[in-house]
Write a protein that binds this ligand. Structure first.
Ligand code: SF4
Length: 280
């Protein structure tokens, strides 16, 4: 069961937690290492690695709210500095096919309805390439894949596997799909990708940790999103409303921004689920 971080965690508290965990581990295994203990602590709090937990805690401001943007998101200042896009010189973007309404979900659906994405894709100064990596490798309908033993980045590094709900190992097919997605993005000249969160392929903010039936969520990216981000292509999830709104402002001079928009890592559910402290 995932534990909640205290209200104001800091590096000293994390190191103390790892030392205490090491003592527990060494009571049963004298060869247990500090790395083992750190991995255990990170996992206990829902993070894929010690580095991820350190990065998260290091990015919390004095009130406990995250102050840093995840590195896979495009910077808001960078978006503001984009050139003007026209029908002749459009914003080129790669989009999860299901977000655009294509029936490529595991059950042959579009995984819901996302009018804000469909509106963006339909703008005359947007040139979107739509792609479903899982459909590419496994067809539709299909079993449901999830990542076991890590995140998409660890799948790419050979340290985690993609297992489908039918028990088959889909790691190789998912990595092939990720490479195809990257190739299409690069061929298209995509400035960024807008992908469906949670998916073992396209997730960028949150994915499942293991088979999604009763599995906890974890911070991390799916295999395809991880490869795009690693290759320098920013990734935005359909729930990153602040970033998507900033993109819309660059595309549509008449766009009016609602107040209070947040990206997925800033919402209450995320902060509560992953243990960030509440505002005092
Ligand atoms: S793999 Fe990506 S594009 Fe395909 S259905 Fe899943 S989330 Fe959508």
């Amino acid at each position: 069961m995932k534990q909640r971080l205290p209200a104001h965690p800091d590096r000293a508290w994390l190191d103390k937690s790892a030392d205490e965990q090491l003592a527990v581990l060494r009571a049963g295994d004298p060869d247990a290492s500090l790395a083992d203990a750190r991995r255990q602590v990170a996992g206990d709090y829902g993070y894929p690695s010690w580095d991820a937990l350190i990065a998260y805690v290091g990015g919390l401001g004095p009130t406990g709210r995250p102050t840093t943007r995840p590195a896979h998101l495009p910077g808001l200042d960078a978006i503001d500095a984009w050139p003007a896009f026209t029908p002749e010189r459009p914003l080129k973007v790669l989009v999860s096919a299901c977000l655009a309404g294509m029936l490529v979900g595991v059950d042959g659906s579009s995984n819901g309805n996302y009018p804000h994405i469909r509106r963006l894709v339909a703008l005359p100064n947007v040139d979107a390439v739509l792609f479903c990596p899982e459909d590419f490798s496994f067809g539709t309908p299909r079993a449901t894949p999830d990542i076991h033993g890590g995140t998409g980045a660890e799948v790419l590094d050979g340290r985690a596997r993609v297992i489908a709900s039918n028990g088959e190992d889909w790691t190789d097919g998912m990595v092939a799909a990720a490479r195809e997605m990257l190739a299409r993005a690069e061929k298209h000249g995509a400035r960024l990708a807008i992908l469906m969160d949670i998916s073992a392929a396209c997730g960028s903010q949150v994915i499942y940790r293991g088979a999604r039936t009763n599995a906890p969520h974890q911070i991390g990216q799916g295999v395809c999103a991880a490869l795009l981000a690693r290759s320098g292509i920013p990734v935005v999830a359909q729930r990153d409303y602040l970033t998507l709104d900033r993109i819309l402002r660059r595309l549509d001079p008449h766009h009016e921004s609602p107040s209070g928009l947040k990206d997925h890592h800033e919402i209450d559910w995320y902060r509560e689920y992953f243990g960030a402290a509440s505002e005092p």
